[in-house]
Design a protein around this ligand. Sequence first.
Ligand code: NAP
Length: 291
Amino acid sequence: MTLIDGKKISELIKKEIAAEVLKIVASGKRAPHLAAVLVGHDGGSETYVAAKVKACELVGFESTLIRFEENVSENELLQCIDQLNHDAAIDGFIVQLPLPKHISEEKVIESIDPKKDVDGFHPVNVGRVVAGMPAFVSATPFGIMELLRRYKIETSGKNCVVIGRSNIVGRPMSILLSQKGVDCTVTLCHSKTKNLKEVCMQADIIVAALGLPEFLTADMVKEGAVVIDVGTTRVPSDQTKSGFKLKGDVKFDEVAPKCSYITPVPGGVGPMTIASLLYNTLLSNEHKIYP
Ligand code: NAP
């Protein structure tokens, strides 16, 4: 069994990005600039945004953090997005999800200029991914594809089961895996899927993205399968300072011995998501997606 080290690969990608930033700045152009919009004080969101800002510093990007209180109006938030859309000094920005209930996430995502949508959530970018056109690809699925590529994991003709059909992980993942050149035969599963265990037993590659800790057990995985664990649920823990720890969707201890490759949680998919976001911002700065 090979442990897929997302932390190591993400460090490597960040080094590659940092080298590219040095070249950009040496050529007299400005460094890539990522902005993040954070609404409220949700612990998870605070942690993710702080990690994104820190990662920007590490690779030599400019970063801007815009904070709003929980009670910000939808209009105020949309105005901020409009300003960011028109700010020529910003290459890309993200609005950290989830948003408070009185704000429509759909409206917010649709108001982001697709050319600055480095999270890849805008329907234009999603549509371009489906059509096989250049696009900002949703960071988590993008990161997973990069892990498969860098570990030289064979995908062509493989049966792949994706568990979870969210717009930001499961569904784009299923599309990327079925693209020409990747060539998996993909089954996309969700809460209404019948006989999930039997479906999973047919899989050469399983991507678990449902948000239910330790859902995928050894009896659902065939010998030699590749297992990618996207789940990151915070569960209470008295062993950590923060009082919680992250749990994946895979019962790692019993599944890992059956796998050819598996990602751990933490240190698997999570760090790749941030690296992919930085990469998308670099692509935006260099006008590589929308020339
Ligand atoms: P989500 O929007 O809540 O979607 C969950 C999906 O799982 C839904 O499609 C749901 O089906 C399906 N599901 C729920 N229970 C199921 C069951 N018993 N059997 C089969 N399918 C089931 O979640 P998400 O945003 O995609 O996130 C999934 C997990 O990934 C979460 O733990 C999240 O924290 C994590 N995540 C991690 C990263 C990272 O960087 N590592 C990034 C994003 C998300 P229905 O559609 O039928 O309801």
